[in-house]
Design a protein. Structure first.
Length: 248
């Protein structure tokens, strides 16, 4: 938390840097020559990460513009872009930022692109189009007090920790699922599955044989029952016939 918290020493350093930078000119070449130290570039990183700042906007906009000049010059040189066009459009972006009394609502996205244009764009034209559009947004983002800023940063760090913990849990669940799937696909697992299927088939065959045996027993019992009933029905008739023969 300490590295992100407001610092009066950093604010004094920022003020001194801006004073020296403005006196050197605002063209892209002059701004690139006034490359900010990493201790101040970290302020741009903080805005890109948390989307807020408590440092004076009249100083932060110069810092953002000069950081852009350094990275934009390297980007244009790497991609063989037209320097006159890049210089002209950089001047428009810088003017848009300087005309705003407060940082634009899009300042977080601006800082993300300023810090690493290569990550988001491969062509200077698309990069500059995006920055110009973002810098023209009129909806302001008011600068916070140091106490408000520190609290906001603290909450942001807590949310990041929660997100990282959830990500670790999700990755652990995924590893377990993949391990279980790999275990099921192993030769030993296939052999166990085949053995299980064979046992199930044997059990089904035994069940079928037992069922057939029970059905046969039931049929035999039914036949025996019918025969006994028929004998009982025939018995009186046989007795009557015997008596008749004795009378004759």
């Amino acid at each position: 938390m300490d590295e992100y918290a407001f610092s009066e020493e950093t604010q004094i350093l920022l003020k001194d840097y801006v004073s020296a930078s403005v006196s050197g000119g605002s063209s892209i070449d002059a701004a690139a020559r006034s490359a900010p130290p990493d201790s101040l570039v970290s302020l741009v990183r903080h805005v890109a990460r948390f989307g807020v700042t408590c440092y004076p906007w009249d100083s932060m906009r110069v810092l953002v513009a000069n950081t852009l000049a350094v990275n934009l010059s390297a980007f244009a040189e790497k991609h063989s872009s037209s320097l006159p066009e890049v210089q002209q459009r950089y001047a428009r972006i810088r003017t848009s930022l300087e005309c705003m009394p407060h940082p634009p609502f899009t300042i977080q996205r601006i800082c993300e692109i300023v810090l690493c244009p290569e990550k988001y764009y491969k062509h200077a034209t698309k990069l500059l189009n995006a920055l110009e559009k973002l810098a023209r947004v009129q909806l302001p983002l008011c600068t916070m007090s140091p106490a408000e800023y520190n609290q906001c940063v603290l909450e942001g760090l807590e949310k990041e920790q929660e997100a990282q913990a959830y990500k670790r849990e999700d990755e652990e669940r995924r590893r377990k699922i993949e391990a279980a799937a790999a275990a099921e696909a192993s030769p030993e697992a296939e052999e166990r599955q085949e053995q299980k299927e064979e046992e199930q088939e044997d059990g089904m065959e035994v069940g079928v044989r037992e069922s057939e045996s029970e059905e046969n027993d039931a049929l035999l019992a039914a036949v025996d029952g019918k025969m006994v009933a028929r004998e009982e029905e025939d018995a009186p008739e046989a007795e009557g016939a015997g008596e008749q023969m004795e009378l004759e």
